[in-house]
Design a protein. Structure first.
Length: 540
């Protein structure tokens, strides 16, 4: 089947036409031969019946039956004329109804006929019987007919006729029919092959060669139609299609050239814009880092301010006794009766104490906190700015920042710089805990007033609404024994040189200065959560 698929369409059509012609000729020859054979057999039987009738008509008198020599001579003459008759038997019915052989003539030795009772009865009724028989390689026709005398059946004739000559002629006719069929097939096949080659194969080959050239990229091909038939119209359609493809290809090429030029221009513009954007991004990154460092320095300045505040407290504690000492020294100098040497020493002591008092006063003047500048601020905006500020560090450490900001958060009356310092410190500590990556969650929401240890609302004189800010990480966590110390000044769990221990202490002081509170919750290996709660004040 696959081999048939691979042959050309010309061969397929030729084979199909040959098959049709051969089938028609064979069927026609077969039925013709059958009809000839049937007619020949009918003629043979008719001839046999005529011969039997001649014999029957010759025996019309009682005298004919008594002259055996005459009958034998007639039968021999008949067999000499008709050489296909090889045996004739004449049988008569006895008074008891039995068949008795009257005479038998044969040119070839054959076995006697065997008749059935049914055959005998049918002959008695005047019917002619015909039976085919084959002996060796020869076909025979056996004819059985009644013999009449005075219109009565008194016997029957059995005749065996050979079909040898008939079969020879029939075989000769078959051979002739086969030769005629073969010659017809060859002639018709040749005519088909020539016609197909001229009308179908050659135009198709021209189309295939043209298609091969088109496949290779040659769109200048053109085919002259062979005839104004279907293949001619197909050729014209192919030429029109190639012309359309050629025009379309030229238009597409022009369009592709324009697109290529446009792409080059666009790529140049994109490269220039990307370079400019990269420069701006680098500048923005440097600015963010600079702001981040400045915020770090601000926190450090606040820590130094806390140190100064501590120093001022110490100076204040020392100033009171020094003033007392200075007063007593002055009283001693005002008293009389002192020796000059003692007075001189007391004077020196007073001057030194006075110098210390002046130095402490100068220290108090330089470390005094500036007045806090309160204003209405949006806490979500402050936290969003800090997230942008810390984005280079969070991206570098692969920290996922999750922001859950309440969009209806009210504005707070607070110091923008101090609030920024508080949450900068908390976010910076959380990032330090996530050195190997992790998650940082910053959440804001509106809450009711928190409760103190006795269960009463804190700051009952304020409005009922508060704001809660949560800074949570999933870092290492804080050990329970250190959890109560982290807000103490100068307490730190960081390595030496990594922190002063004043950051959380300053955050607590700033939050308390705004009337709020800061708490912490932590578990080892689960992380820490710092909670800042601030009151919402009504605008005056």
């Amino acid at each position: 089947m696959s081999a048939f698929k691979n042959i050309s369409i010309k061969t397929k059509i030729l084979l199909l036409m040959i098959l049709c012609v051969v089938s028609i000729l064979l069927i026609s020859t077969y039925f013709t031969q059958k009809m000839i054979e049937k007619d020949a057999e009918a003629n043979l039987q008719k001839d046999a019946f005529n011969i039997v009738r001649e014999i029957d008509s010759a025996m019309t008198t009682d005298q004919a039956l008594t002259t055996l020599d005459v009958i034998d001579e007639d039968l021999l003459d008949m067999m000499a004329i008709r050489t296909n008759i090889e045996r004739i038997d004449l049988l008569l019915f006895s008074p008891t109804g039995e068949l008795l052989l009257f005479t038998s003539k044969m040119t070839v030795s054959h076995s006697p006929f065997v008749l059935s009772l049914e055959d005998v009865e049918r002959v008695k009724k005047g019917q002619f019987l015909s039976k085919a028989e084959r002996i060796g390689n020869v076909n025979y026709v056996n004819v059985i007919a009644p013999v009449h005398l005075h219109d009565k059946v008194f016997g029957l004739i059995e005749m065996k006729m050979s079909r040898k000559e008939f079969d020879r002629l029939h075989a000769k006719e078959k051979n002739q029919a086969f030769i005629i069929t073969l010659l017809s097939v060859l002639l018709i096949s040749g005519l088909f092959a020539v016609s197909m080659n001229r009308m179908i194969h050659r135009p198709i080959e021209n189309l295939l060669r043209a298609m091969s050239k088109v496949k290779e990229g040659d769109l200048s091909v053109s085919i002259v139609p062979a005839a104004p038939d279907e293949l001619g119209r197909l050729t014209e359609s192919f030429n029109s299609m190639i012309q359309t493809i050629k025009q379309t290809a030229e238009a597409n090429q022009a369009l592709m050239d324009r697109i290529h030029t446009f792409n080059e221009e666009l790529q140049n513009k994109i490269d220039a814009a990307t370079e400019e954007l990269q420069k701006r991004n680098d500048e923005l990154t440097r600015a963010n880092r600079s702001i981040y460092q400045m915020q770090k320095q601000l926190v450090h300045s606040n820590e130094l301010a806390a140190i100064g505040q501590l120093a001022a407290t110490v100076a204040h504690e020392l100033g009171t006794p020094l003033h007392s000492v200075f007063g007593h020294l002055q009283l001693l100098l005002d008293e009389g009766g002192l020796a000059d040497d003692a007075r001189r020493r007391l004077s020196i002591m007073r001057s030194q104490v006075e110098r210390l008092i002046n130095s402490i006063q100068q220290l108090l003047n330089t470390t005094r906190f500036p007045e806090t500048d309160f204003d209405w601020i949006e806490l979500n905006v402050v936290l969003e700015d800090l997230c942008v500020l810390f984005s280079p560090e969070t991206m570098a450490k692969r920290i996922a920042v999750i922001k859950e900001f309440d969009p209806n958060l009210p504005k707070l009356l607070a110091s923008h710089s101090q609030m920024q310092g508080v949450f900068l410190n908390l976010i910076d500590n959380a990032i330090d805990e996530l050195s190997n990556g992790g998650t940082l969650v910053i959440r804001t929401k509106r809450i009711g007033p928190p409760l103190d240890s006795s269960g009463r609302s804190v700051e009952e004189a304020l409005d009922a609404d508060w704001v809660e800010v949560t800074v949570q990480d999933n870092g290492r966590g804080i050990p329970p024994d250190q959890l109560q110390k982290i807000f103490e000044p100068f307490y730190t769990s960081k390595d030496p040189g990594q922190g002063t221990g004043l950051g959380l202490s300053i955050c607590r002081d700033m939050v308390q200065r705004h009337g709020g509170m800061i708490t912490v919750e932590s578990r080892l290996d689960e992380g820490s959560r710092f909670i800042v709660r601030l009151p919402v004040r009504k605008r005056g």
